[in-house]
Design a protein around this ligand. Structure first.
Ligand SMILES: [Zn+2]
Length: 344
């Protein structure tokens, strides 16, 4: 065990948490998960054992898991919240989230919200970023290269995932109207097929599966329809994406969560004031970003209700303990008070 992890363990121990409880009750972490690891189909993602250990920790330490609806009701109307609250969300709507993650959440009776990119269960398409992942991770051969613009990527099989992320980030930085063209260009360069509908590893949650989970307490909210980066789209396309995904969720789910989740989710990069205004205008109550940080509580708390921050669910349990405890909030608070070159 490293010095740092020993220190985190001591600082996030039950006696310290009791001592610093006041600080912790000024904030709530929302955790953001993506796909779950499924070795059988080669799906890369969160380790189910880490999720189980994290939720067990939540229960042992008497944190109070709450639903996103409870949190948003509190932020809008001041309805009461338990102390030491935490919330969990999953983005996209793949089968592994329903079939691997949800049973673990249920085992610990922890509520979870799934934000669905509605084109997935509608079986209309699969999104450009997952097509790209499929091409690079499953179809690109070691000797092959990918050229985009003036840049070339060589595949080092040990760094296949890093190569894929680098290409994905490069495409994300381009004009958002041409993602599928980039993917098609890469497919041609690799000389392989791309199935029109997702292969088994990219299977979506079906709507009937979602309805069954809803009856067991899982909440569903909209995450766009085609999972494009909204800020790079035309106004008409962005509006259609937000509006249509919300209408699809409303048509399929009994009590949909009126909270939007922006694809990719970085404020100022993937979405901005225009997207926040549209979400508000069509009657949604809040929205979540993918930027790291807490939701603040208390009379003088300043949250942007249409850009609520979340923490990416960490790979290490020590990091999870830190986000759950008062410790990370303390660091964030100190940084915002003193971090602009005033004292440090
Ligand atoms: Zn997403």
């Amino acid at each position: 065990m490293t010095v740092k992890s020993t220190l985190i363990q001591a600082l996030t121990s039950a006696p310290m948490n009791r001592l610093m409880g006041g600080l912790r009750n000024q904030c709530i972490p929302i955790f953001m998960l993506h796909r779950m690891r499924d070795k059988a189909l080669g799906v890369h993602g969160h380790d189910p054992d880490t999720l189980r250990a994290a939720l067990s920790y939540v229960r042992q330490q008497h944190y109070h898991p709450i639903s996103m609806r409870t949190l948003v009701d509190h932020l809008r109307e001041g309805t009461p919240l338990p102390s030491k609250a935490v919330a969990f969300t999953m983005d996209d709507g793949f089968y592994d989230q329903a079939e691997i993650a949800v049973p673990i959440f249920q085992e610990f009776q922890v509520p979870v919200t799934i934000f669905i990119a509605t084109g997935l269960p509608d079986n209309e398409w699969w999104s450009w970023d997952y097509k790209l992942e499929y091409l690079i991770m499953s179809r690109m051969k070691s000797a092959q290269k990918v050229h985009i613009g003036g840049q070339t990527w060589h595949l080092d099989s040990a760094d296949r995932r890093r190569c894929m992320r680098s290409i994905r980030n490069h495409i994300k930085a381009q004009d958002g109207t041409g993602y599928d063209d980039f993917v098609e260009d890469i497919r041609q360069q690799l000389g392989c097929d791309l199935p029109p509908l997702p292969p088994p590893a990219y299977r979506a949650i079906s709507w009937s599966q979602a309805r069954a989970l809803e009856s067991q307490g899982v909440e569903f909210g909209p995450h766009s329809h085609k999972h494009n980066i909204l800020q790079t789209q035309s106004l008409a396309d962005t509006e259609r994406e937000i509006r249509y995904s919300w209408s699809r969720i409303k048509a399929e789910i009994k009590h949909p969560l009126p909270v939007f989740c922006y694809p990719t989710g970085r404020i100022g990069v993937d979405f901005g004031p225009r997207e926040m205004a549209i979400a508000q205008h069509i009657g949604l109550q809040a929205a979540v970003s993918a930027d790291a940080g807490y939701v603040k509580l208390g009379a003088d708390a300043q949250n942007n209700l249409f850009a609520l921050k979340r923490f990416a669910f960490p790979e290490k349990l020590g990091d999870f303990r830190q986000y759950c405890s008062w410790l990370e909030f303390f660091k964030e608070k100190k940084h915002s008070e003193y971090g602009n070159g005033k004292l440090v």
